[in-house]
Design a protein around this ligand. Structure first.
Ligand code: ASP
Ligand code: MG
Length: 435
């Protein structure tokens, strides 16, 4: 008998029929003798629809109210799911994040979980019942207000609850069979990856892969929670996210494909893409000590999470340079306003804002010991006629910025240049709108 945490995403519970279908899976897991805790997202595209609704009321809704609004989505799915499970003769009870003991900091819209006190969940399990928990939400102790964890936050709820209960596994159910070498919606020949280390999955999630939320992976790594990413529409084994680099050098921990090929580990674990970023260029910055420090102090104070930074060589005759950086598109307006406020002080010429960019990232732990990976990546983009605007690298990742409208073509070109295509035909996307 195991303690299993199962998380179902919005596309797995998009209507009454799919709620009943998922309920059957949960009842089966329970009847097989497991203790089962379920974390559920809002139905279908509910969260986006609630956001659209708020935007029709006001362009800048108070964040406290927005969080209360958004938590409603998960309350709908959790209660319907509990009803459906009870209908099958298995006792189930649903809990809001607050009732489940998910304690967060006070940052509305992107709250961090600071503690999990799952007393009511344990009590429910001890009674032999299934506990259903609303994903993506918690409560701040000081204000007693509900908070949300940021988009995709139900994954984080699931892993945090799994850690808090010391569960055997956290299963993340979505509309595809696991983590693929690229988004199967863009590259139908993408291959399912059997196993990833936390580090590889962290890089993929940080680079825009939406299959698993970044915070959830961070949480999983910190507490050593094995995460099984799989489809709620099939019984296929998905992708196991567990272990670190060190483990992969242990021959017993090799992936099956790597074993067959007789190599240590695959060089590349996947190609991720991100359309949600924008680029700000500060034009004509005096090339003297302290300017970058000042610019990024201002950007940090505006609350923007910056990603790539490029500073050009200054033109010798002017002593001026341009500094470009990428950030989440949504942080653009506040950041531009903050930089505008220090134009005189810093003495730059102008600001440019570009939200038509796309970012492609190639991720793999084997990359750092394999020369020529960058050359192959750039060559693939050249052959596809795609211009590179920015480049950044880490030990196990190379990212490039392109025009947004050439991003899909770039992902396909790089995916095939690294021979990641599956020999088993096209990947199945079972549901979802990809929104
Ligand atoms: N419903 C929330 C969202 O759409 C949380 C989640 O799905 O994980 O972002
Ligand atoms: Mg999600």
């Amino acid at each position: 008998m195991a303690l299993v945490v199962q998380k179902y995403g919005g596309s797995s519970v998009s209507d009454a029929e799919s709620v009943k279908r998922v309920a059957k899976r949960i009842a089966e897991a329970k009847r097989a003798g497991n203790d089962v805790v379920v974390v559920v997202s809002a139905m279908g595209d509910t969260t986006d629809e609630l956001l659209d609704l708020a935007a029709q009321i006001t362009p800048l809704p108070p964040q406290r109210e927005l969080d209360i609004l958004l938590t409603a989505g998960e309350r709908i799915s959790m209660s319907l799911l509990a009803m459906a499970i009870n209908n099958l003769g298995v006792k189930a009870k649903s809990f809001t994040g607050q009732q489940a003991g998910v304690i967060t900091d006070a940052v509305y819209g992107k709250a961090k979980i600071v503690d999990v006190v799952p007393a009511r969940i344990r009590e429910t399990l001890d009674r032999g019942q299934v506990a259903i928990v609303a994903g993506f939400q918690g409560v701040n102790r000081a204000s007693n207000d509900v908070t949300t964890l940021g988009r995709g936050g139900s994954d984080t709820t699931a892993v945090a609850i799994a850690a808090g209960l010391d569960a055997d596994v956290c299963e993340i159910y979505s509309d595809v069979d696991g983590v693929f070498t690229a988004d199967p919606r863009i590259v139908p020949t993408a291959r399912k990856v059997d196993r990833l280390t936390y580090e590889e999955m962290l890089e993929l999630a940080a680079s825009g892969a939406k299959i698993l939320a970044l915070r959830a992976v961070e949480y999983g790594r910190r507490y050593g929670v094995p995460i099984h990413v799989r489809s709620s529409f099939s019984n296929a084994t998905g992708t196991m996210v567990a272990g670190t680099h060190g483990d992969l050098i242990d021959p017993n921990a090799l992936t099956s494909t790597a074993q067959e090929a007789g190599v240590e580990a695959p060089i590349i674990s996947g190609v991720a893409h991100d359309r949600s970023e924008a680029k700000i260029t500060v034009v004509g910055v005096p090339d003297v000590p302290g300017m970058a420090a000042r610019i990024f102090e201002v950007v940090a104070a505006a609350g923007a999470n910056i990603d790539m930074i490029v500073q050009n060589v200054s033109a010798a005759h002017t002593g001026l340079t341009d500094i470009s950086f990428t950030l989440p598109e949504a942080d653009g307006p506040l950041t531009l306003a903050a930089l505008n406020g220090v134009q005189k002080e810093i003495g730059y010429d102008s600001l440019q804002f570009d939200d038509q960019i796309g970012k492609l990232s190639l991720v793999g732990a084997g990359m750092k010991t394999n020369p020529g990976v960058s050359a192959r990546l750039f060559g693939a983009l050249r052959d596809a006629g795609i211009n590179i605007e920015m480049i950044s690298t880490s030990e196990i990742r190379i990212s490039v910025v392109t025009r947004a409208d050439s991003l899909d073509a770039a992902v396909r070109a790089v995916h095939s240049a690294f021979e990641l295509d599956s020999s088993e035909g096209e990947a199945v996307v079972y549901a979802g709108t990809g929104r």
